[in-house]
Design a protein around this ligand. Structure first.
Ligand SMILES: Nc1ncnc2c1ncn2[C@@H]1O[C@H](COP(=O)(O)OP(=O)(O)OP(=O)(O)O)[C@@H](O)[C@H]1O
Ligand SMILES: [Mg+2]
Length: 208
């Protein structure tokens, strides 16, 4: 564990400015390998050391797992403690999952919900087609998912869609959508792609 004074002393002038300015937003634009991550990790260590915020009040989001791990390791080497020293440091996805598991009941799920990727979704659609005697070779699961997504994006639940003018293909897909939607509740599933949109909207709603 290094002392915070030593960490700050090892920064150049621009880095120091970015670390010490903890009031209001900061945008750091710099080339590859020029010390951006060092700014962020030292800033985290500084904020924690100066008790400007508790570690669990800091949200630190990265795009990749690699970056999150690197940040976590560097912060740990600065502030000590274990891997949960900065509990809300992670990728968009991991933070969203963690957050939604904590508040799952607010979106009608239990905290042990399962996350589906596109392959899992296709498997689920194929299973429904089999059970309903719909030939999944004739209508590809990906096509079915795209139609269901279109309905979902327009906020249409299966019960909102009028069968009246639909052709038989649409009727089959609607039937699949209805079963698919029920299974989501029963199996407690969430689609990977929409995970962080739900988390972000949820944050907006509860105004955290
Ligand atoms: N002021 C400094 N003095 C000496 N070494 C530094 C300084 N700032 C950063 N470094 C070192 O330079 C290397 C690159 O720094 P860092 O990883 O923070 O850069 P980065 O801009 O995040 O890089 P990337 O673009 O790859 O993400 C690291 O080994 C880091 O310890
Ligand atoms: Mg970096």
């Amino acid at each position: 564990m290094e002392s915070i004074d030593k960490l700050i002393k090892n920064l150049n002038q621009n880095q120091k400015e970015a670390v010490l300015n903890t009031e209001g937003p900061n945008l750091v634009v710099a080339g590859a390998g020029s010390g951006k991550t060092r700014v962020l990790t030292t800033k985290l260590a500084y904020i924690i050391n100066q008790k400007k915020a508790w570690p669990n009040q800091i949200l630190c989001v990265t795009f990749t797992n690699k970056a999150a791990k690197e940040m976590q390791n560097r912060v740990l080497s600065y502030v000590g403690g274990n891997s949960s020293s900065v509990p809300w440091l992670g990728t968009f996805h991991s933070i969203s999952v963690k957050f939604l598991r904590r508040h799952a009941e607010a979106i009608g799920l239990k905290s042990n919900f399962t996350i589906l990727d596109t392959d899992d979704q296709k498997k689920l659609i194929r299973k429904i087609c089999e059970a309903e005697d719909i030939d999944a070779k004739k209508i590809s699961p990906m096509f079915i998912i795209s139609i269901i997504d279109k309905w979902k994006n327009r906020g249409l639940l299966p019960t909102d869609i009028k069968e009246g003018k639909s052709n038989s293909l649409e009727k089959s897909i609607l039937k699949i959508y209805s079963i698919y939607q029920k299974k989501f509740r029963i199996l407690m599933l969430l689609i990977l792609e929409i995970l962080y949109f739900i988390a972000l909207n949820f944050l907006k709603i509860i105004k955290i």
